[in-house]
Design a protein around this ligand. Structure first.
Ligand code: NAG
Ligand code: NAG
Ligand code: NAG
Ligand code: NAG
Length: 358
């Protein structure tokens, strides 16, 4: 077992004051979320209808081979983690995942189609909901306890950083689709309350499992993703859908603040890039984009394209598009969103931040 000093990164995400120089593991990340930050889990869920296993997903990531990310390059969580100087955690279902890898790099449980609610995206057949992801994390904890003992494991899990990015699918692949029971059971505000109370239980559960430093990525303007725009007669954003995202964000931000105050030693923060994202969509040129209303990857003029495929054609310059496919931002947009989240949290780029090829 390797024995290293705990590395310190001065960020608001880090509770201050733990002693350095102790025999310990460096802090790693545990990541929970949906397709916005999936790094390959769904590629191993072979029956899932939400997979990024084919070109041109991943075209701008390292060797350019599809890697399970639902974008051309990095996710926002990749970029935030890089800026914090932390290793990128592998997908939970990666066959090479073992205890040593987990101790060194953490784990990413994120799954395309996953939601806060168990019933979200059931049409996708296979996906990990947030509860399921937490259950898998509990399995990881057992493995690590067996490997390094209870005391060291407790320290390892309390010092880790936690990221949760969930909620879009609960709207897009549940509440807003009339095929789901929730869509006719709840009003908008009722559904948001249902999501928030479920999320509160989930975050409290994570705290009981040792999560002390946690960042929750809020929702973006979901009504402006190309898929939603194509459904409006004008091609404009769906304002009612954006209202849902805003009211969820408001409640989630309050919840995170509340938990931070009330749970012992918890630093739980809400990462908000909604207004910034909306401005990027409204004024793309200001941010160096040329297009903020349609996907870079489409099958000719067929819209919605649902997914990017080897038969699709790509836009001329991927860094000029806000959206990669009907749902997901490009690498370039993710970079700006990640920077915004970090700067709003008062984070200054760490000197230790790892330099990566992309
Ligand atoms: C959600 O799913 C988890 C298993 O992943 C289960 O333990 C839990 O009881 C379910 N919750 C509800 C409300 O159905
Ligand atoms: C904040 O936390 C307290 C104590 O846990 C709880 O009673 C209250 O309802 C919470 N308020 C909100 C807005 O979540
Ligand atoms: C909070 O942190 C202190 C100092 O590290 C520790 O002694 C205490 O056990 C922690 N409490 C909980 C509930 O994590
Ligand atoms: C920007 O968009 C315009 C109009 O859609 C197009 O003519 C032009 O080629 C684009 N430029 C780049 C660099 O993509």
């Amino acid at each position: 077992m390797e024995c290293r000093n705990v590395k310190f990164i001065a960020t608001v995400l880090v509770a201050l004051g733990l002693a350095s120089g102790r025999c310990s593991f460096a802090a790693v990340q545990f990541i929970f979320g949906d397709s916005l930050i999936d790094v390959g889990n769904n590629n191993y869920l072979t029956k899932s209808l939400a997979r990024a296993a084919l070109p041109w997903y991943g075209i701008d990531f390292e060797s350019g081979v599809p890697n399970g990310r639902f974008t051309n390059g990095r996710t926002a969580a990749d970029i935030v983690g890089d800026k914090m100087g932390m290793p990128r955690p592998p997908a939970f279902l990666d066959p090479s995942l073992d205890e040593d890898t987990i101790l060194k790099n953490g784990v990413n449980y994120a799954s395309g189609g996953g939601g806060i609610l168990n019933e979200t995206a059931s049409l996708f057949i296979q996906r990990f909901s947030l509860y399921k992801q937490i259950e898998l994390f509990q399995g990881t904890q057992e493995m690590i306890r067996a490997k390094i003992g209870d005391a060291a494991a407790e320290k390892f899990f309390t010092e880790a950083r936690y990221t949760v990015a969930m909620g879009s699918n609960d709207f897009i692949n549940n509440f807003l689709l009339p095929v789901y029971t929730d869509s006719w059971t709840y009003s908008g505000p009722g559904f948001v309350n249902y999501m928030i109370s479920t999320l509160e239980s989930q975050l409290r559960l994570l705290h009981s499992l040792g999560a002390r430093q946690l960042i929750y990525f809020g929702l973006g303007p979901m009504g402006c993703i190309p898929l939603q725009r194509i459904l409006t007669s004008s091609g404009g954003c769906q304002e009612s859908t954006n209202e849902l995202a805003l009211s969820f964000n408001k409640a989630a931000s309050r919840l995170l603040g509340n938990l931070s105050t009330n749970l012992p030693n918890a630093t739980y923060v809400f990462g908000d890039a909604y207004d910034f994202f909306q401005d990027m969509i409204n004024r793309p040129k200001k941010y160096g984009f040329n297009n903020s209303d349609s996907p870079c990857c489409t099958i000719g003029n067929i819209r919605p394209s649902l997914t990017c495929t080897p038969l699709s054609s790509l836009c001329k310059d991927r860094s000029k598009h806000v959206f990669w496919d009907e749902y997901h931002p490009t690498d370039k947009a993710n970079e700006l969103i990640a920077k915004q989240i970090m700067s709003k949290l008062g984070y200054k780029s760490s000197a230790k931040a790892t330099k990566r090829p992309n």
